[in-house]
Design a binder for this molecule. Structure first.
Ligand code: SAM
Length: 374
């Protein structure tokens, strides 16, 4: 049985159990109103996934993880061992986690500090970072050891001026599973939701608004440059035609349908797979655009050496070739200039075992560098 079916069935059993209890109570106390029947399907995202309440349903969480999935509302940290082996964190050091997310890496780095030193952690996402702060506080990591800021890592110079230089820095780029899994954030074509895709929904314009701003040529260029989308032109033509005719492309499914339509010329047996891949690439390209992901990564790579202490170590996880190219090039150039004394010769990939355990690790590449001692 699929996990989702099982979740739905378990929810149904709970609902039925609640109804039985309420029936017995009704017989005993006639004046009590019956509990309203909730229906066989949970109504909201919150109700639908027990995984969103990990404390209440630990077995459900364990089952999902064992099957290689990521429980909804959680994020499984990638390459933890490889990162810690490289960073060599010592008690008393000062570090920066540039991408807090669910706080998995943060927690592992905090453990290495053994209560001495300080960790700073940044995230642009105002929704998830609040939840992560609460979770880490409950786990015993308060302000005395951990400072969390809602800040873009492009401003690493700012936090370095206040708190640096750092002995170690980690950046685990991209999006977290919680952001992808929440349909209201619009990161996935698999669930209906507003076409938003912003890491910080309180700033900038959503992907739906962005589609209304760009020309057909600009959209095709965006899809090609950000994601190497082979059907960039066909998709751009279809989307723009829809907008010209006054048909909305404002939700994730509306965009998915437009992509399906754009690729309808392909032989039927190829269509399903091609649409899936083009949806992944199109959503990625739009996400990169609305969050200026390449621009902020350039800024981060440029400011990073000045934020590191002499001998300081940095590890970066990337998830697509565009990101990896920027990191690789910056490390190489700065090594040649003598600013880094050592850099990773090759990318480090998660083990096959980790990829089986966590399918989201498959596209991960890790690179590292050590700041020269001068
Ligand atoms: C892959 S997740 C990090 C997961 C985290 N390492 C963990 O173990 O839970 C990436 C996070 O980086 C954040 N992020 C992406 N770009 C950012 C930026 N430019 N500045 C700060 N945070 C950013 C995202 O909002 C997301 O929460």
């Amino acid at each position: 049985m699929k996990d989702q079916d099982r979740n739905d069935r378990e929810s149904l059993e709970e609902i039925q159990a609640e109804t039985t209890v309420s029936k017995n109570q009704t017989e005993q106390k006639q004046h009590k109103r019956r509990v309203r029947y909730k229906g066989t399907h949970p109504r909201s995202y919150q109700e639908k996934y027990k995984e969103l309440q990990p404390e209440k349903y630990p077995e459900t969480i364990e089952k999902v993880i064992q099957k290689g999935g990521t429980p909804v509302g959680m994020h499984i940290s990638i390459c933890v061992k490889e990162i810690l082996d490289f960073l060599q964190i010592q008690p008393g050091q000062k570090g920066l986690d540039a991408t807090l997310g669910y706080g998995g890496h943060t927690k592992e780095m905090l453990k290495c500090l053994q209560g001495q030193g300080h960790l700073y952690a940044l995230d642009v996402d105002p929704i998830e970072s609040v939840k992560t702060k609460e979770r880490l506080e409950k786990a015993g990591y308060g302000e005395e050891i951990l400072t969390i800021r809602q800040m873009n890592f492009a401003d690493i110079d700012q936090i370095a001026r206040e708190a640096g230089p750092f002995d170690f820095v980690l950046a685990d780029l991209g999006v977290s599973s919680m952001q992808i899994d929440n349909p209201e954030r619009g990161f996935t074509y698999k669930k209906e939701g507003p076409l938003d895709l912003r890491l910080n929904p309180q700033k900038g314009v959503s992907a739906a608004e962005r589609l209304k701003e760009v020309t057909e040529e600009e959209l095709a260029g965006m899809l090609w440059e950000n994601s190497d989308e082979p059907y960039a032109e066909e998709i751009a033509v279809t989307v723009m035609e829809k907008l010209r005719k006054g048909e909305p492309v404002e939700t994730t499914i509306q965009l998915q349908k437009a992509i399906e339509e754009a690729l309808s010329f392909l032989p039927e047996r190829e269509q399903k797979e091609a649409v899936k891949k083009s949806c992944q690439r199109t959503f990625q390209a739009l996400r990169i655009d609305v969050n200026s992901e390449f621009e902020v990564l350039y800024a981060f790579m440029e400011k990073l050496p000045a934020a590191l202490a002499p001998g300081g170590r940095v590890a970066i996880l990337t998830f697509h070739s565009g990101e990896d190219r920027i990191v690789k090039k910056a490390f190489k150039e700065l090594k040649r200039a003598g600013i880094y004394s050592e850099i990773a010769q090759d990318v480090i990939r998660p083990s096959a075992e980790e990829c089986t355990r966590n399918s989201r690790a498959r596209s991960t590449k890790m690179r590292w560098a050590v700041r020269a001692k001068e």
